[in-house]
Design a protein around this ligand. Structure first.
Ligand code: PAF
Length: 279
């Protein structure tokens, strides 16, 4: 496994391995089993696997969240070595955003709802850094987790609109035994918070049960999901959504496949989760 901080070496290796298929796993580090599932899939489907580890400051709308974001690069590198990754990029901020940096990639409508509505500027930061990664690594495939459902939809829109010749591979959410979706932010939960954090999954499961049982009024589903979360005294709801999975717009009536999703603060730790429900 080769690890670099600079861009030149990444480009050189990529150019020298032109005829190989490349899979890219973009990450912000603090790797967990969710990330490792992306890496393993990339390893199985490509001749070369690259991973980027960069806590991208411009996608954090909250400075406290950026400061508290876990950083475990040495451990991450050991995990990636064990998975037989070929190339890892761990750039410092100054290399990704040099002093005169002034270009951003903006995806419009689909970034305005859900995460975009409560985290202004977040997706502008995501698409800008992902566009840079795609240009540098020129991967055939990029592996992204479905826990960040909207992120995947936004990147898919960017890939289509800007004609990146890249196949996006969505990978299923990996959960702890009690249902909590794996996330780098989970390590910031207190012991009590960790127990209460299962309320996201419980709420999603209840939402799915109601829809499966024939409930078609989104407000009724949202109300019961809200009640479950609010039984937990450390939980504060940012949003609970029943949306059209294609454009992520909120629905009043459930008529076909829907995306139920939520963002909940457990103490000050913001967690997201989602589930697609077939009708
Ligand atoms: O999902 C993440 O870890 C980040 O948003 C990404 C895609 C690596 C961009 O910084």
């Amino acid at each position: 496994m080769q690890t670099f901080q600079d861009i030149e070496n990444i480009r050189k290796i990529r150019a020298a391995e032109q005829s190989k298929t490349w899979g890219l796993v973009p990450t912000m580090g603090a790797l967990h089993e969710g990330h490792m599932s992306l890496v393993r899939r990339a390893r199985a489907e490509n001749e070369r696997v690259a991973v980027s580890i960069f806590v991208n400051p411009i996608q954090f709308n909250n400075p406290d969240d950026l400061e508290k974001y876990p950083r475990t690069v040495e451990r991450d590198l050991m995990l990636l070595e064990d998975e037989d990754v070929d190339l890892v990029w761990t750039p410092p901020k100054e290399i990704v955003y040099p002093p005169r940096f002034q270009t951003h990639v903006a995806v419009e409508k689909i970034t305005q709802v859900l995460e975009g509505a409560t985290r202004p500027g977040h997706f502008l930061g995501v698409t800008t850094v992902v566009a840079k990664l795609f240009n540098m690594f020129q991967p055939h495939r990029a592996y992204l987790g479905q826990k960040d459902y909207q992120q995947l939809a936004v990147i898919r829109q960017m890939v289509n609109d800007l004609n990146f010749p890249i196949e996006l591979v969505p990978c299923p959410i990996v959960r702890e035994a009690d249902g909590l979706a794996m996330s780098s932010r989970n390590v910031n939960l207190s012991a009590e918070g960790r127990q209460q954090a299962t309320c996201l999954y419980q709420s999603l499961v209840r939402g799915k049960e109601l829809i499966d049982a024939g409930e078609r009024t989104a407000t009724n589903v949202r109300r019961e999901m809200t009640d479950i979360v609010l039984k937990h005294d450390r939980a504060t709801i940012d949003y609970i959504s029943i949306a059209n999975p294609d454009n992520l717009n909120e629905l009043e009536t459930i008529e076909r496949k829907v995306l139920i999703s939520m963002a909940v603060f457990i103490d000050s730790v913001r967690l997201i989760d989602n589930m697609e429900v077939e009708v």
